[in-house]
Design a protein around this ligand. Sequence first.
Ligand code: HEM
Length: 126
Amino acid sequence: MELSSSRSLLVLRLASATAALSTLVQVVLVLLTVAQVGKLIGAHGGVGYISLLATLVATVAAYLWFRKGGSRGLLMHAGGLVVLMVLQIVLGELKATWFHVGLGVVIVVGVVALATLAYRKPGGAA
Ligand code: HEM
């Protein structure tokens, strides 16, 4: 199968798009809480575990794709985000709010970049 139409790249694309979408939903839930539309921080935290799971799946797919000749950069990018998300969940649960918000901005940018790269410029040997 050609590298650019490999199943692992397809999974990497879908999982990273899911991760990007769910972190954006998390930002909306925080904004709605700040705007006092509802107390949605619990939901924000819950969706955070979905973001982590999607990023984990993206990392496994990136690894499988890398082994077929795909990009090492995407694997490192996805794996790095998993580490940051675990730290982010710890900071959220500990109520270390300002560290959490700062890291949150980094994660949102990183996860949107991952999905964009996976779709538009996945790189790799072929
Ligand atoms: C710009 C992005 C983000 C912002 C502005 C943000 C903001 C917040 C805020 C204000 C809280 C409440 C902290 C407190 O009670 O003092 C919180 C909690 C939490 N956040 Fe985030 N967050 C962001 C991204 C994320 C991401 C990406 C994850 C997971 C990967 C995450 C997971 C959590 C968790 C697990 C909690 C604890 C929820 C609870 O206490 O029930 N957040 N976040």
